[in-house]
Design a protein around this ligand. Structure first.
Ligand SMILES: [Zn+2]
Length: 371
């Protein structure tokens, strides 16, 4: 039974508050929290704050005593990810003499921040291989409850934090491979983890390397996802997995080459079209129009000599002029069409889908009165 002392509603969320709880809180020691039920209410999240447990639940319940149920499958997954972290952290220390400074577990993957700005792929592979060797060796995982004083005399992977209060300390011992203080969930034998896989790494906070990993069922699920994606890519690229990087590189090179060619063709077309664009005269201004290809429209201002050039693009309109203040023109027209627009003295653009005739009509009215 769990004794709910208070039920709070905050920012549209409901919390059942208790002084003691069988639910492991989220974020404690980097670990995910428990899920389950309190009475009929589903528990989404558990927060521990100032000695109280705040269980976020899906419905309002009255304070009182309730039976509870904890999702043990989830606990099993959390235990496997957490022990995998201890094994992996110890492996990095043994292989590269690199200490883990923090650990975080999320619903899909976990991360450790290593006290090193860069890691080679070889080091990552070596540590991962050692961790998997330990996992496959089915090493017993023991929980040792001891005192702070005694713990400090033992060969801990990481010295106890100053913040640890005097009294009992919980240690997790993985054979002779690792010993560290931890309050989280763990498997009883490393064999239960199955495997651990590093899936990504990046430099964080200037001097640390964040390593992303998955273990147990999560690793298998992740592998399945990657196999599916690679299978799809392999079909799309008509290439084997081994050839894929080369194939994508060559496609990207080709795309770049084609983009350059399009630029050249667009400019050549703009040179040819610039003097042939339809023109009208509004007051003393010669206004030319272009309704065609965006890439050509980008080059036209360079080669068109009328007072104003209006190009219809896939996003709206661009205006270029050397005789009138273009920003003023855009400002009036964006108000008229109730659309966004911007630009400087000589160039501007408007995001609108109004028809060209309508645009010309409004532009004419503005040009009639503009100073
Ligand atoms: Zn731990």
């Amino acid at each position: 039974m769990i004794k709910i002392e208070q039920v709070l509603q905050k920012d549209g969320k409901i919390f059942a508050v208790s002084s003691e709880s069988p639910f492991y809180p989220d974020g404690k020691g980097g670990q995910l929290g428990d899920r389950g039920h309190i009475g009929d209410a589903k528990v989404f999240f558990v927060k521990e704050s100032e000695g109280k447990f705040f269980h976020q639940i899906d419905r309002f319940i009255e304070p009182g005593e309730y039976p509870y149920q904890i999702d043990m499958e989830r606990r099993k997954d959390i235990a496997a990810q957490h022990t995998a972290q201890h094994v992996l952290s110890a492996a990095f220390l043994k292989v590269a003499d690199v200490q883990t400074v923090s650990f975080r577990m999320s619903e899909e993957f976990s991360t450790i921040d290593l006290d090193v700005p860069t890691l080679t792929h070889e080091t990552l592979s070596e540590a991962e291989a050692l961790a998997n060797e330990v996992i496959r060796s089915c090493v017993q995982v023991e929980i040792i409850n001891t005192t702070k004083e005694q713990a400090n005399r033992m060969n801990l992977r990481k010295p106890l934090s100053e913040k640890v209060e005097e009294g009992f300390v919980r240690l997790v011992k993985i054979g002779d491979f690792d010993l560290s203080a931890c309050a989280g969930f763990h498997v009883t034998n490393t064999g239960e983890i199955g495997c651990v896989k590093v899936v990504d790494w990046e430099k964080v906070k200037g001097s640390l390397t964040r390593v992303y990993f998955v273990a147990a069922e999560r690793a298998l699920k992740d592998y399945g996802k990657r196999v599916l994606v690679l299978k799809q890519l392999s079909t799309l690229l008509t290439s084997s997995i081994d050839e894929m990087v080369k194939r994508v590189e060559s496609l990207l090179d080709k795309t770049k080459e084609q983009a350059g060619l399009i630029e050249k063709l667009a400019e050549a077309l703009a040179v040819e079209q610039a003097s042939k664009l339809p023109e009208i005269k509004i007051k003393d201004f010669k206004v030319a129009f272009y309704d065609g290809i965006d890439e050509v429209a980008r080059f036209l201002p360079k080669y068109c000599s009328t007072d104003v050039l209006v190009c219809k693009t896939s996003e709206g309109y661009t205006i270029s002029t050397k005789t009138i203040d273009c920003s003023k023109l855009v400002q009036i027209l964006s108000k008229e069409f109730n659309c966004s627009g911007g630009g400087g003295k000589t160039k501007g653009s408007l995001k609108t889908s109004v028809k060209l005739e309508h645009f010309i009509e409004s532009l004419s009215k503005v040009l009639e009165v503009i100073q």
